[in-house]
Design a protein around this ligand. Structure first.
Ligand SMILES: Nc1ncnc2c1ncn2[C@@H]1O[C@H](COP(=O)(O)OP(=O)(O)OP(=O)(O)O)[C@@H](O)[C@H]1O
Length: 508
């Protein structure tokens, strides 16, 4: 038949078949074949093998030299029979001898559910098909972006954040390396025509839990309300796990303060603990002073209502904050925010956590004060309208409880065997072929696994509308360009550099 790319050979099943290739078809391509009842069955090429009987070992051993035909055979995995916007498994396997055709884009989009959503994140690899995810599902049922460093995690995360901001979603980003503030500027560098996107800047406010001298890129300091803190609040924030004795001292000090005054702050608590008759008070006092010195509890507190606003992203930039303090800040911040959300004091929104392995480490790889609240949001956030986006370069080191709650998984290149194992455990339908695919994904290409999409798909992520902030800093510097002519230095007139430094610009 005209236009066919192959013909089915050998044994078939409702799940897979092989076909001999005689047209243009490659690994990962979508094909269709007639099933019983003449409805189309959609399948995807998983592997292609080439062989030639003239060069088989048996043939060579017999000393035969004449050339024989070359076979190129594809392994295809059945996706299903699309009908009425849904997809069902074929009851009977396709027949050997049936012609195989390249599937048309409309059929692929409908069968895989690519255009059911409203968030444009890229183009299906090898096709000119827009991939659109559903914003509501992505936020409500959480999402993860997992990949090794340099493969485009924060770039891809920002593409999703842009789409969410365009839909008016409120975002709070825990930004460990200060990469997201650049979203306020339009991107100047991208294949905008091919992907049909326009550069644009977004409504972003960058907060620093340190101070503006340490982090001048920030717009304003991030501060907690330091008045009338409970013993529980403080215990959660202490740099090291407090002993039972320390917690008891805290409760006693705060109870005493509450009995004698209306309001108290961290300094009052320290003075009160100093009055205690216990040797262990000094460790607690040291920890409390460390908290006080950070300045997190002084000044105008940042209100939850300010942090979550529709169509706006609040970025908590951790630059300059000691690493051991970061999970504690996130613990209190998210506890306050989730409480405010439950009481309806803030609008629904999404919390984005970069370098998530630091905030929700997998058991056995570390402990973090923020684990408990992030687990709670992963489990209950949907009920209260608070979504999570988890971003990490070490999937094996991220809490499995939280990862397993992410309905949409965006996976970019991963090569570490432990990380691949962790992904395989967490993903339904993960096969050796998919694992191989993940190892080979080029930068800017992602595999998307979601309950809303029929099968894992590979997507070329669209260019960002806003400026990318994650840059690699060169470590090896070259004094002059490696390629091209070395620029000629203008002959210097007047005194040389040393004399000009000593004498001033005019040699005076
Ligand atoms: N879809 C894309 N289109 C164009 N360029 C991209 C795309 N994705 C990634 N890149 C480029 O790849 C580089 C690495 O991306 P990115 O900074 O997001 O990596 P990363 O995985 O977050 O790295 P790290 O773990 O070091 O933060 C960036 O310089 C970016 O310009």
């Amino acid at each position: 038949m005209r236009g066919s790319v192959g013909v089915i050979v050998g044994e078939t099943s409702p799940l897979q078949f092989k076909f001999m290739i005689h047209g243009a078809v490659g690994r990962g391509d979508y094909v269709k074949v007639r099933g019983d009842g003449r409805s189309w069955i959609l399948a995807q090429v998983e592997e292609i093998r080439r062989s030639n009987t003239a060069y088989s070992l048996a043939h060579m051993e017999r000393g035969c030299t004449q050339t024989c035909r070359e076979w190129v055979v594809a392994d295809a995995r059945v996706i299903g029979v699309p009908s009425d916007g849904r997809i069902r498994s074929p009851a009977m396997p396709p027949r050997p001898g049936e012609e195989v055709f390249a599937a048309d884009e409309k059929m692929i989009a409908a069968a895989l559910g690519l255009s059911k959503g409203d968030m444009y994140i890229g183009i299906l690899k090898g096709h000119d098909l827009r991939v659109e995810l559903d914003a509501n599902t992505l936020v409500q049922k959480h999402c993860s972006v997992l990949a090794k460093t340099g493969s485009g995690k924060s770039y891809t995360a920002a593409v999703i954040l842009e789409e969410l901001l365009d839909k008016g979603v409120a975002l709070l980003v825990i930004d460990t390396h200060g990469e997201y503030g650049s979203m306020r500027y339009p991107n100047r560098d991208g294949d905008f025509n091919r992907f049909r996107v326009k550069p644009k800047g977004y409504n972003i406010t960058v907060y620093t839990p340190a101070n503006l001298a340490i982090n001048p890129r920030a717009d304003r300091p991030f501060r907690f309300d330091g008045l009338n803190l409970s013993a529980r609040d403080i215990a959660r924030m202490l740099p090291d796990d407090p002993t039972n004795g320390s917690v008891a001292l805290l409760y006693e000090a705060i109870a005493a303060l509450r009995s004698e005054r209306e309001s108290y702050d961290l300094e009052d608590i320290i003075k009160q603990v100093e009055k205690a008759n216990s040797k262990s008070k000094w460790t607690l006092i040291g920890q409390l002073e460390q908290l006080l010195e950070m300045g997190l509890f002084s000044g105008e507190p940042t209100r939850p209502e300010e942090l979550l606003q529709r169509g706006h992203a609040s970025v908590i930039d951790m630059t300059g904050v000691p690493q051991e303090m970061q999970p504690m800040i996130v613990a209190k911040l998210l506890t306050d925010l989730f409480e405010a959300r439950k009481l309806g004091r803030v609008c629904p929104g999404m919390v984005v956590i970069e370098e998530a392995h630091n905030y929700i480490p997998e058991r056995g790889t570390g402990r973090a004060a923020s684990t408990s609240i992030i687990r709670t949001i992963a489990a209950e956030g949907r009920k209260f309208g608070m979504g999570l986006m988890i971003i990490s370069q070490r999937p094996a080191r991220v809490d499995k409880n939280v990862l397993s709650q992410c309905n949409t998984q965006i996976i970019m290149r991963v090569t570490n065997p432990n990380d691949l194992k962790a992904l395989s455990k967490g993903l339904e339908g993960m096969s050796t072929e998919l694992e191989e695919e993940i190892k080979r994904l080029p930068p800017g290409t992602a595999m998307i696994v979601s309950n809303e999409i029929e099968r894992p798909i590979v997507v070329n992520i669209r260019p960002r509308r806003s400026k990318h902030g994650g840059v690699s800093t060169p470590i090896v510097m070259t004094d002059h360009p490696v390629k091209g002519p070395v620029p000629r230095r203008e002959p210097q007139k007047g005194p040389g550099l040393f004399l000009r430094k000593v004498l001033g610009p005019r040699g005076a």
